[in-house]
Design a protein around this ligand. Structure first.
Ligand code: 13P
Length: 236
């Protein structure tokens, strides 16, 4: 299974290094062979070699250039980063990234062989309009995306569930995941208020290949516990 931690704008570089070390130690001690990703804040990136894959939360679709406040391929290569999160709802809705820009970013990093964790998800007002409207909305987020890219992971993160403590029911998670799986055979993660208390049940849902966790993974022991759940479920 895939267990991923999006640290967002949290943890200094020093704390991130210690977070990564704790996860590595946990994986070694438990002989775990789950697929683990950590996405640190940009200024906390550091070369990391081990079982945990370090990814970037964002980067501009460029090698380098005049894009104030952004980083590009050159800065990621310095830290051996070959994995990137694209389309996160905070980038779509707070930072205003359009589908067109996301497609550009996707194609650029795909052309450089990056593993891409591509996020989709609907806001509450869309969900409230029923399943058809919601699926159509999600479909638009697949527009222009190469869903058969072999280094693609998709994350379904309902916007209304992110950072709110709310989650869809387990039945709804399964239902939506199975529908989304018709669009791409890429592994499909669930994200949005996954907590240590809910992770096991979510991981056990039909159609769920892993989780992408924000606040619930900020404490490394909670993140490690989620990895343990994945390990147990895999062995069942
Ligand atoms: P929370 O787990 O804090 O809801 O965030 C989810 C998320 O956005 C992961 O990318």
């Amino acid at each position: 299974m895939i267990i991923a931690s999006n640290l967002k704008t949290n943890l200094t570089r020093e704390k991130t290094i210690s977070y990564l070390m704790d996860v590595e130690n946990f994986l070694d001690k438990n002989n775990s062979d789950q697929e683990i990703y950590v996405f640190p804040a940009q200024s906390s990136l550091n070369p990391h070699h081990g079982k945990v894959v370090q990814g970037a939360q964002n980067a501009y679709a460029t090698q380098n250039g005049a894009f104030t406040g952004e980083i590009g391929l050159e800065q990621l290569e310095e830290f051996d980063v070959k994995t990137i999160l694209i389309g996160h709802s905070e980038r779509r809705h707070i930072l205003g990234e359009s589908q067109e820009k996301l497609v550009e970013k996707f194609n650029f990093y795909k052309s450089h062989g990056f593993k891409i964790v591509y996020c989709v998800g609907e806001p509450l007002e869309v969900r409230e309009q029923g399943e058809d409207v919601m699926m159509k909305y999600l479909e638009l987020q697949y527009e222009g995306i190469d869903t058969s890219y072999d280094k693609l992971i998709i994350a379904y993160e309902p916007v209304w569930a992110i950072g709110t403590g709310l989650t869809p029911t387990l039945e709804d998670i399964s239902k939506i995941h199975l529908k989304l799986k018709e669009k791409s055979s890429a592994p499909l993660l669930y994200g949005g208020s996954v907590k240590v208390e809910t992770a096991r049940d979510i991981l056990a849902c039909d159609g769920v290949d892993g989780v992408l966790v924000g606040s619930g993974a900020l404490k490394v022991e909670n993140f490690c516990q989620m990895i343990k759940f994945a390990e147990e479920l895999n062995n069942n």
